[in-house]
Design a protein around this ligand. Structure first.
Ligand code: HDE
Length: 724
């Protein structure tokens, strides 16, 4: 039977408007979501419901190829099959060289107030304007089919569809980067990607080539601290900070400018997974972050971030202990406060992963009037790389794909190329011209067009790094100093885990004695204890190889005092919506209490799920069935944020090793646990009593749970140095 068409037919685009639809137009328009219609005349069918070829010819049998006899060979003449299979064969485009695995969503950005005193960009000027955005989050090292939760940097790329054209803020969830000069990027990525002889390991930095490279690249030290911290294991995209990383410029209407660092501050606070949990999730739910983003948006729990700006006047450029053009440095928030200027809200899931999330093409060079670059040598290289990669990956007309289209109509004399969509009428494709009335012509008002800032640039032509880029350790030390005790434990455990995966003794020693010892003797000792790598007596460490730049060190006494409390995650996040709560149930459960609990938690914006021994139902204390959401074997504890055990089920759980493993894992991962009094014996058997964040004996279950939930995790409870 024919399915009802999902939308009215769409008129073929007029030549002039072809290619001008935007990702904001209702995306279902024109979708060919059809079913088999063999017995019905196409012209009596509603438009859009008949299966056709790509040339619009109706197809009556799409399930059998054309053969010479029912048991005979397939004919070359079967153009229907050949078109279908050829298209299928060409379905893949090259995955991104880095950031291949990602998930994305649509949304809006809006400023709180008129910021025209610092930027003439239209999206910053009018608090009434909602600028549509598309945001793609990603991991860096893994391929497109890898898991969501490896220890890795996360991409945080925002495409703003402003009235003045597209602005891409292509950032990460860490504010610094591994290298200072773009020329090193291919080496960094070759080192961190799976090793080329056997393509192992997938999506991990825990292998020889990565640590070999960074041990010879001391400028990566600060970034390593972020990578080894729990920032590399975000609980969800909605609980991640984002950073533009480089110093950019904001430009006002008069051409005056200031330096700026961009920050995204999540309204849900910053929350991470713990390492063992992230590892298990890799197997139990490889789509963990992607699913979380999708489900949150579907239920209306929209992820939100505030845009923060750190502004530095040009006159203050050289007032810092580091160079503003050095992407391995942050400006501590305590030194230049972050001004929150607007809000980003993600409120719509993509309709098609490939058309939108895969084909979206970001480029640091996509800026609008009011935003400009600096000479950061990493940013300068990116300005070349991103357009190059889009040409290779998506093709020269990538800007015409709906997800990449500018809201402002595009008009220029560029023509043709693979996949051209726009049909440009007329014979004029050059400038200057008189035959086309001089169109398209230069913008009559320079202020409304893109202008690069006027700055004096002069210098000898040379391949050299500025000496102001030489300090590679002070901010790594500052990061360490700013951590809480459990954060330090997690960082040391992460370094230890990674170095224990490294086979080459020379690499292990170099990381210890040339990087860690220059960050903090305490960190070096902790890692030494867990890896057996000896700390060389002062002054005896192997000299850096000649190809590596000379590190600044040993430990600068001034650096040992540096601190930036804002870097620590050791604070309770704001009470957040969307925590997933497992309620373990079995026969004999008090279902009235469970139903009230579910209603209360749902009202509070949380996501409770009932887990039973099998999918289906359990029989409650009043011998009535209570439907469950999932069966225990399909519901590992790692996909939940908290566990609740209502009265009446403990006896059943005692007989279920799987349930006990569930509770034990939740405990080891520091999750809030709350249980009725009758579960006390079960917890005693598991050796879990009197622990932080574990409440046993509250038969009402609700308020303590909510208080505990606000903590997200009880990290001091997590077993640290032994990940398993
Ligand atoms: Fe990227 N980066 N990158 N990068 N990057 C890419 O572009 C590159 C860097 C970042 O969701 C590629 O479309 C160079 C810093 C994100 O589609 C490629 C250098 C930061 C994404 C590329 C850097 C980033 C990319 C691969 C050193 C944080 C994913 C596919 C000069 C500020 C965007 C693509 C998305 C993607 C090159 C360094 C963030 C090859 C040469 C620093 C979030 O063009």
């Amino acid at each position: 039977m024919a399915r009802k068409p999902v939308s009215p037919p769409v008129a073929p685009p007029s030549p002039r408007t072809a290619g001008q639809d935007t990702p904001l137009d209702k995306p279902n328009a024109g979708r060919q979501d059809t079913a088999k219609t063999s017995s019905i005349q196409p012209d009596t069918m509603p438009p859009g419901s008949v299966l056709t070829t790509n040339q619009g010819v109706a197809v009556s049998d799409d399930q059998n190829s054309l053969k010479a006899g029912v048991r005979g060979p397939t004919l070359l003449e079967d153009t229907l099959m050949r078109e279908k299979i050829t298209h299928f064969d060409h379905e893949r485009i090259p995955e991104r060289v880095v950031h291949a695995r990602g998930a994305a969503a649509h949304g809006v950005f809006q400023v709180y107030e008129d910021l025209s005193e610092i930027s003439c960009a239209q999206l910053f000027r009018d608090p009434k304007v909602q600028t549509p955005v598309f945001v793609r989050f990603s991991t860096v090292a893994g391929s497109r089919g890898s898991t969501d939760t490896p220890r890795d940097v996360r991409g945080f790329a925002v495409k703003f569809y402003t009235q003045e054209g597209v602005w891409d803020l292509v950032g990460n969830n860490m504010p610094v980067f591994f290298i200072q000069d773009a020329n090193k990027f291919p080496d960094l990525i070759h080192a961190v990607k799976p090793e080329p002889h056997n393509e192992i390991p997938q999506a991990q930095s825990a292998h020889d080539t990565f640590w070999d490279f960074v041990s010879l690249t001391p400028e990566s030290t600060h970034m390593l601290m972020w990578l080894m911290s729990d920032r590399a294991l975000p609980r969800s995209y909605a609980t991640m900070e984002g950073f533009g990383v480089h110093t950019f410029r904001l430009v006002d209407a008069e051409g005056g400018w200031r330096f700026v660092k961009f920050h995204w501050k999540p309204l849900k606070g910053v929350c991470s997974l713990v390492w063992d949990e992230a590892n298990l999730l890799g197997g139990r739910d490889p789509d963990f972050n992607r699913r979380d983003l999708w489900e949150a948006i579907e239920r209306g729990d929209f992820p939100e971030w505030e845009l923060g700006l750190q502004i530095v006047e040009p006159a203050d450029e050289h007032k810092f202990d580091f160079d503003l053009l050095d992407a391995t440095k942050i400006i501590p928030e305590e030194v230049v406060p972050i001004r929150k200027v607007g809000k980003l809200t993600l409120n719509r899931n993509p309709d098609n992963f490939f058309a939108e999330t895969e084909q979206v093409a970001f480029h640091t060079g996509h800026v609008v009037p009011g935003i400009d670059f600096t000479n950061d040598p990493l940013l300068q290289g990116r300005l070349f790389s991103y357009i190059d990669t889009q040409l290779r990956r998506v093709g020269p007309n990538f800007h015409e794909l709906p997800i990449n289209r500018s809201l402002r109509p595009v008009d220029n004399n560029q023509r043709d190329g693979f996949g051209r969509i726009t049909i440009n009428p007329g014979k004029v494709s050059y400038f200057p011209n008189s035959l086309g009335g001089g169109c398209p012509m230069h913008s009559p008002t320079a202020a409304a067009a893109f202008r690069s800032v006027t700055v004096q640039e002069a210098g000898a032509k040379l391949r050299q790094r500025s000496e102001s880029f030489n300090d590679h350790f002070s901010q790594a030390t500052m990061f360490w100093n700013s951590m809480g005790d459990w954060e330090k434990d997690h960082i040391a455990a992460a370094f230890s885990f990674e170095l224990n995966m490294v086979v080459d003794q020379g690499v292990r020693n170099r990381v210890m004695n040339e990087l860690l010892c220059n960050i903090s003797p305490q960190l070096a000792d902790m890692v030494s204890g867990a890896t057996g790598i000896e700390v060389a007596p002062a002054g005896t460490a192997e000299a850096p190889t000649p190809s590596a730049p000379t590190p600044s060190g040993p430990l600068d006494p001034k650096a040992a005092e540096l601190r930036s409390p804002a870097l620590s995650m050791d604070k309770a996040p704001p009470m957040v919506r969307g925590r997933k709560i497992a309620i373990l149930v079995g026969d004999g459960v008090d279902s009235a209490l469970v139903k009230t609990l579910i209603a209360d938690l749902t009202k509070a914006g949380q996501v409770p799920e009932l887990i039973g021994p099998t999918a289906g139902a359990v029989i409650d204390a009043a011998t009535k069935p209570l439907a469950v959401n999932r069966a225990a074997p399909n519901a590992p504890s790692v996909i939940y944020d908290a566990v609740l055990i209502p009265p009446g089920v403990a006896e059943g759980l005692m007989a279920m090793p799987m349930a006990q493993r569930f509770i034990d894992e939740a405990f080891r991962h520091g999750k809030p646990i709350i249980a009725a009094e009758d579960a006390r014996a079960l917890f005693e058997r598991l050796g879990i009593v009197d622990a932080e964040g574990v409440v046993i004996g509250d038969n009402k279950l609700s308020t303590a749970m909510l208080d505990n939930l606000a903590q997200h995790r009880f990290p001091r409870r997590v077993s640290n140095l032994a990940p398993n």
